[in-house]
Design a protein around this ligand. Structure first.
Ligand code: ATP
Length: 364
């Protein structure tokens, strides 16, 4: 084997220096990525960032311009799709319309010339696994989108591949089905322990389903981390912006973790990076990183402001507040419904709060 020193045995897939050009356009720039055995990895990024192309290269449906892919110690870089070991589910269910559900699920097993009885037993097991035990004789058109996607999942898992590839599998479904299937896919993936790579542009989907998220932008990886890492410790302004809501404040460094924004001197205790006094920076603050009421006592970064408008989000609300000390710059801040009532948050109300010093992130 060509195992390199950083190639651990818990690595299911090692992607090294994968580069992709279409004519003159570079779509992937020397991607390095290690996928761990049994994990659910989400490739997350805006349209056109190259995530689908990376998935298709892993599947052998697209050829990389250069770079290597090793799956469980086997170099698959230049193998055709049929010689690779994976199951795949696409956004558009892609079932064979003229085959029954059972025949669709059996497809890969028939190709492998498995005995008929073994196929029948396996198909029944898979349909049960995806919650469609009695649909085997139906045709795809007789099923809902969500049910068809469950069949596609069963078909992808039929040959017990060591890798499951999911290309935006939920984006064609309505909101309720999408959330239901998120949970089902995750449960199934964990139960089977199958290494899974899912492409999505939906941050909520990635945050709720992934063990680790790979945030991509313009053909490069911006950050790899757990959902919590990505949300709480974004490595770059792009990640902070793309995942979750964020307020951005232009500021000037004063040294020793202090920054001036408008007329406010802010302490940012969570930031280790030291900025030279006078350097221009941007402070990133999530809507929930504020303290109100008794939580505010003893906190630095106290501000006051007027609520301009309130947007209801269900169990919480997002208030736009004009902050006096920031020369009127508006911040989007979120509050629970209890806080909304207790503090009388409504358009025109004045509120005192503190910006949480340990939660503010600083970028040049
Ligand atoms: P989306 O969610 O919109 O599919 P993505 O992040 O998955 O976005 P890709 O589909 O990987 O992005 O596409 C990345 C870039 O490569 C895009 O600019 C796209 O136009 C280009 N591209 C993809 N396939 C081809 C192709 N076959 N020929 C030329 N350019 C391509």
């Amino acid at each position: 084997s060509f195992a390199s020193p950083q190639h651990h045995t818990d690595t299911a897939l090692a992607i090294t220096g994968v580069h992709k050009r279409f004519d003159k356009v570079t779509v992937l720039k020397h991607i390095d990525l290690q996928v761990r055995q049994g994990e659910m990895l989400c490739l997350l990024g805006p349209s056109g960032c190259g995530k689908t192309t990376l998935l298709r290269i892993i599947a052998g449906l697209e050829a990389q311009t250069s770079g290597r892919i090793v799956q469980n110690e086997r170099d698959i870089s230049w193998l055709p799709p049929v010689k690779r070991d994976y199951g795949i589910v696409f956004q558009s269910y892609a079932l064979f319309p003229n085959l029954t559900i059972a025949e669709n699920v059996a497809y890969g097993l028939v190709n492998r010339k498995k005995p008929r009885a073994e196929i029948a037993a396996r198909v029944a097991e898979l349909l049960k696994l995806v919650g469609l035990p009695t649909s085997g004789e139906k045709y795809p058109a007789q099923l809902s989108g969500g049910q068809q996607q469950r069949v596609a999942l069963a078909r992808a898992l039929a040959t017990s591949p060591r890798l499951l590839l999911l290309d935006e599998p939920l984006s064609a479904l309505d909101a309720l089905e999408r959330i239901r299937l998120r949970g089902e896919i995750r449960r199934l993936q964990q139960k089977l322990g199958v290494t899974t790579i899912m492409v999505t542009h939906d941050q909520e989907e990635a945050l709720s389903m992934a063990d680790r998220i790979v945030v991509m932008n313009h053909g490069v990886i911006e950050q790899v981390g757990t959902p919590n890492d990505i949300y709480e410790r974004p490595a770059t302004p792009f990640v902070a912006d793309f995942v979750g809501k964020v307020n951005v404040l232009p500021a000037v460094a004063l040294g020793q973790g202090r920054f001036r924004a408008g007329r406010l001197e802010l302490h940012c205790s969570g930031e280790r990076g030291d900025y030279a006094p006078g350097q221009a920076v941007r402070l990133y603050l999530r809507p929930e990183d504020r303290a109100v009421g008794h939580e505010r006592e003893g906190q630095p970064n106290r501000v006051s402001g007027e609520v301009r408008k309130v947007e209801f989000l269900g169990s919480s609300c997002l208030a736009e507040m004009q902050i006096d000390e920031l020369d009127g710059q508006a911040l989007q801040l979120c509050f629970s419904l209890n806080q909304l009532h207790d503090l009388g948050i409504q358009a025109g109300a004045r509120i005192d709060l503190a910006l949480r010093s340990e939660r503010i992130r600083v970028f040049p």
